[in-house]
Ligand binder design. Structure first.
Ligand code: LLP
Length: 424
């Protein structure tokens, strides 16, 4: 059986054993136990490199949307490579700073920033607040006045463009909770420009995630540039244009445009409309880390059934929530191919007491108890969304670099799970 490995993952089989860069994944599973996340530094830097190629000769700042994977060493790799960060909470702010981020390159997104979070971000000296409502504008003005500085802001505009992705991760349509409605943008900019506690610096939009087509981006860019024309005609200058994140990755033969190809198209549009030399910002998350990571898991039991066969593994929906939450597809491949075990079609499921605890459905796998599997494309929205449900310890994480690896997070310890709890 052959197993397709996703584009940009730096995975390959050598002598029927799965390698990440030059490291044998089976050996890591034995050494550190499972479930275990393993990331490739080269895959991350290569994904970043595609954006950097697309931005060559332009004024652009890449702000990694750290919600995709906020482990400190991952942030450190991106900070050292010149990235800023797109944050959505005081916790993410603290993490970015701990990883060595330059505060000026941090932008703060999200519909529900608290006063305390605004204060923390002003104290850190972040580059921009991406404001999502008039009510938030009022509160930020108030907080900034008591802080004694003008808060740099951009308004997140809702371009009302369909990104053609899963409804839970599409954000730029009228019915979404995100952004300022297209028709209200000019009035809201006028209001923002009149506030003594605010300084208008930009405009931003983000239409959704796992977008595999250029078209929604190009449409959103047109809609946003129409707004820029009108805002600047009203006498409000915009220093930067932020196009958000959202570029998809290859989970199951998906063919999203490469970042440099997408940006060639976007710059053609920006040039044609006279905005080619403007400061550009972007907020990619998944496309920088998604295919740089795998989750290794051990097969615990094979359970043949009348209707279905089950392959019960030691990773579960608490470690890898995307299948349960979004019916997302992740490839699952053996870590070693032995060539003698007969293949079966089965659902790959975890030990959690819910029928929704599945990682893959109707997969054909030639495995037996004790074998290791790799759940692919697990670098984004996996560990960062993992929980301790069923009092399970979240996995350890490793970063591979060439033929070496670094432990970047130890597996949770059970006592830590209840460290903040009190018996009566
Ligand atoms: N900027 C903003 C304002 C966002 O809300 C997001 C993601 C991004 C940037 C980064 O988007 P990306 O480049 O990663 O697509 N948990 C879901 C994805 C949620 C995305 C939330 N916002 C999943 O696992 O598919």
């Amino acid at each position: 059986m052959s197993h397709a490995l996703p584009t940009g993952s730096h995975l390959r089989y050598e002598d029927h054993r799965l390698q990440l860069e030059a490291v044998d994944l089976g050996a890591l599973a034995v050494q550190y136990g499972t479930p275990l996340f393993v990331y490739s530094k080269s895959a991350m830097l290569e994904a970043l490199g595609a954006y950097q190629t697309g931005f060559k000769g332009r004024k652009a700042q890449i702000c990694y949307a750290m919600k995709a994977n906020s482990s400190l060493a991952i942030l450190q790799v991106f900070a050292q490579a010149g990235c800023g960060f797109d944050i959505v909470s005081a916790g993410e702010l603290a993490r970015a700073l701990a990883a060595g981020a330059d505060p000026q390159t941090i932008i703060f997104s999200g519909v529900g920033k608290t006063r305390a979070e605004m204060w923390a971000a002003l104290s850190a000296g972040i580059g921009c607040f991406n404001v999502e409502s008039v009510a938030e504008l009022d509160v930020l003005n108030d907080v900034a006045l008591s802080f004694g500085e003008r808060a740099p802001i951009s308004l997140r505009v809702n371009p009302d463009v369909d990104p053609k992705t899963h409804p839970y991760i599409s954000t730029g349509l009228k019915g979404n909770k995100f952004g300022i409605a297209h028709d209200e943008v000019i009035d809201t900019y006028k209001k923002a420009a009149s506030y003594p506690g605010l300084r208008v610096v930009g405009i931003d939009c983000h239409i959704g995630s796992q977008i595999t087509d250029s078209e929604p981006y190009l449409d959103a860019a047109d809609r946003m540039l129409d707004l820029v024309d009108a805002i600047e005609a009203a006498g409000i200058a915009l220093h930067h244009l932020d196009f958000g994140g959202g570029l998809g990755i290859d989970y199951a033969g998906d063919t999203p445009p490469s970042a440099d190809a997408l940006w060639a198209q976007l710059f053609a549009k920006l040039d044609a409309r006279g905005y080619g030399d403007r400061q550009i910002m972007i907020e990619p998350g998944r496309s920088l880390v998604g295919n740089a990571g795998v989750c290794l898991t051990e097969v615990l039991y094979l359970k043949p059934g009348e209707d279905k066969n089950f392959c019960i593994v030691d990773a579960a929906m608490n470690d890898l929530p995307r299948p349960t939450l979004y019916q997302a597809y992740h490839s699952i491949v053996p870590v070693a191919i032995d060539g003698t075990t007969p293949p079966v079609t089965c659902d790959v499921v975890g030990p959690i007491c819910e029928s929704g605890d599945w990682l893959g459905r109707d997969r054909t796998l030639a495995v037996k108890a004790g074998d290791h599997l790799a759940v692919l494309s697990a670098g984004a929205y996996s560990m960062s969304m993992a929980s301790n449900y069923n009092s399970r310890n979240r996995p350890a994480e490793l970063l591979v670099e060439g033929d070496t690896h670094h432990l970047i997070r130890e597996r949770d310890r059970t006592e830590e799970q209840w460290a903040n709890e009190r018996l009566l």
